[in-house]
Design a binder for this molecule. Structure first.
Ligand SMILES: C[S@@+](CC[C@H](N)C(=O)[O-])C[C@H]1O[C@@H](n2cnc3c(N)ncnc32)[C@H](O)[C@@H]1O
Length: 421
C-alpha cells in the first residue's frame, strides 16, 4: 500500500483530506506508515466505526466489533464542515421542556455573560414592562440584540419577581451534539438491505456520505482509488461532488457502472461525460485480444482479482498457485463458530492462471499436485481455452480423489454479469 498512498498524498489538494479504512489486523502498521507519508501532525482522527453487532463465540478475549478509519489532511488549512448528530429522545424530554402555544419546543438558557463584560452591564426594560438587572458579569448580548430577542418573543420571563431573565433556545434551531470519533449509528450492509449488491466488502452509503460531507464542498473532487462497487462514487454524485474511481477488478468496475446508472440516473457516454453529465469507464480490458497482450504477471493479477481472489505475492516459486480465494460464505460461517477471527484464513481455494492459448494436460497435472500439497478440495484454473485432454483429466481427478478443479475461460470471466447472479 505504501507506493499507492505516496501517490495519493502527492495528488491531494492542499485543502484536501485522506481517509483510510482498515480493520484491526493492519491498523497499527497502517497508522505508522501514514504518519511517515503525511506527517504525524496531519493526523486528525482515528474514527472507530462499529461495523458489526456483538457476537457470542469470541473465544477467551473481547469481541471485535469495529473497523478503524484514519483521517489525515494535506495541510492545516483543510476543508472542514462540522457535522452534528440528532439529540437523543430522552435528552429532548429532559432539556427542551417548554413548548410555545404553536407547538415549538425550547429550553431556557442563561443570558449571563461567561466572562466579566462591563460594557454589557445595562438594565433592560422588557416588553412586559419589567426592568431586569444583569448578572454581575453583564448580559451575553448587547442592547440591540436584546431588543431583537424581545420583539421575536425569544425572551423567557421569570415567573417570580426578582428572577433572572433568560433566553429561549428552540429545538428546531439547535444543531445537536457535534459528531465525535466513535460512530455506532451506521449499521453495516446486511444481505437484506435495499442497497446490498452482493459485493462482499460493500460499505454503507451513509458512512461515505458522512466522510464526504465533512471534508469537501460542492463541486470538489472525490477520489476513491479502491472503489469496489462504487459506494464513494454514488455518495459523491448524490452530494454534487465531482468524482474519480479506480479499481483493478473489471468485475468491480462493471458493478459500479451499473450502480451509477441505476442509483444516480447517469449515462455511460463520452459526449455527456465531456460536459460533466455522464461518466466513462476507462482502461477496462474488453476483449480477449487485449488480455493476450498483457505482461504475464499483470494477466495473472487481472484473472485472480477478477475472480475476487488475492494474488500470490511470491511470483517466483509460487508452487503452482497464482492466487487464493477466501469465500465470503466460509468467513461468515466460521465467524459464528468458535475460535473465530483468524480461522477463516485457512479456508481458501487456490487459483492457477495460464496465458497460453490452450491449457493442456501437463498444466492440470501440475495444478493437481499443488492442490494436494496445499490440502485443498477445490481449485480454479483460468486459461483462454482447455484441451480435451485437460478437461478429461479434470474429470478423472474429481472421480478418483473427490477434489474439484473448476476450469474457467477468459471469455467466461469477461462475460460474467455479477448483478445477475
Ligand atoms: C475493500 S474493497 C472496496 C470496497 C468499497 N469501499 C465499496 O464500498 O464497495 C477494495 C477494492 O480494491 C480493489 N483493489 C485491490 N487492489 C487494487 C489495486 N492495486 N488498485 C486498484 N484497486 C485495487 C479490489 O478490486 C476491491 O474492489
Amino acid at each position: 500500500m505504501r507506493p499507492r498512498c505516496v501517490e495519493l498524498h502527492r495528488v491531494l489538494k492542499k485543502t484536501g483530506s485522506f481517509y483510510y479504512h482498515c480493520d484491526w489486523h493492519a491498523s497499527h502498521y497502517v497508522k505508522v506508515m501514514l504518519d511517515q507519508i503525511f506527517g504525524e501532525n496531519q493526523f486528525q482522527n482515528e474514527i472507530i466505526w462499529k461495523r458489526t453487532h456483538a457476537h457470542g463465540n469470541i473465544g477467551r478475549r473481547f469481541g471485535v466489533v469495529n473497523d478503524s478509519i484514519f483521517f489525515y489532511t494535506r495541510n492545516t488549512d483543510y476543508t472542514w464542515n462540522q457535522e452534528y448528530l440528532a439529540f437523543a429522545d430522552d435528552y429532548i424530554e429532559r432539556r427542551f421542556n417548554y413548548t410555545d402555544p404553536d407547538g415549538r419546543r425550547w429550553q431556557s438558557v442563561t443570558l449571563r455573560n461567561p466572562g466579566k463584560r462591563p460594557n454589557l452591564h445595562y438594565p433592560y426594560t422588557a416588553s412586559n414592562g419589567v426592568t431586569y438587572m444583569p448578572h454581575p458579569n453583564g448580559w451575553s448580548c448587547d442592547l440591540e440584540r436584546m431588543k431583537q430577542y424581545d420583539s421575536e418573543g425569544r425572551l423567557h420571563f421569570p415567573s417570580k419577581a426578582g428572577g433572572q431573565l433568560r433566553l429561549k433556545m428552540y429545538l428546531d434551531e439547535s444543531p445537536g451534539p457535534k459528531l465525535q470519533n466513535i460512530w455506532d449509528d451506521i449499521p453495516p450492509i446486511n444481505s437484506q438491505a435495499a442497497e446490498a449488491l452482493g459485493y462482499p466488502t460493500q460499505k454503507p452509503l451513509p458512512l461515505l456520505e458522512r466522510i464526504i460531507e465533512a471534508s469537501s464542498n460542492r463541486n470538489d473532487i472525490v477520489l476513491d482509488a479502491f472503489c469496489g462497487c462504487g459506494t464513494a462514487l454514488v455518495a459523491a454524485q448524490k452530494l454534487k461532488r465531482q468524482w474519480i474511481g479506480i479499481d483493478i477488478s473489471p468485475t468491480a468496475c462493471r458493478v459500479m457502472a451499473m450502480r451509477l446508472k441505476k442509483d444516480c440516473g447517469l449515462k455511460e457516454d463520452e459526449k455527456l461525460w465531456a460536459i460533466g453529465r455522464g461518466f466513462i469507464v476507462r482502461d477496462l480490458p474488453k476483449t480477449e485480444a487485449e488480455l493476450r497482450k498483457y505482461p504475464a504477471f499483470e494477466f495473472e493479477n487481472w484473472a485472480v482479482v477478477a475472480l475476487g481472489g488475492i494474488p500470490n505475492k511470491v511470483q517466483v516459486g509460487d508452487l503452482g498457485i497464482d492466487g487464493r480465494i477466501y469465500p465470503v460464505s466460509a468467513i461468515l460461517e466460521l465467524r459464528v463458530k468458535e475460535n473465530v477471527e483468524m480461522d477463516f484464513m485457512d479456508v481458501w481455494y487456490p487459483i492457477q492462471v495460464k496465458q497460453t492459448d490452450k491449457v493442456g494436460r501437463p498444466d492440470i497435472d501440475a495444478f493437481e499436485t499443488a492442490i494436494q500439497r496445499a490440502k485443498r478440495k477445490l481449485g480454479y484454473f483460468v486459461g483462454f481455452d482447455f484441451t480435451g485432454d485437460a478437461l478429461f483429466e479434470i474429470d478423472r481427478f474429481r472421480r478418483e480423489t473427490g477434489c474439484e478443479i473448476k476450469p474457467l475461460t477468459v471469455r467466461e470471466i469477461l462475460d460474467e454479469e455479477v448483478l445477475q447472479r
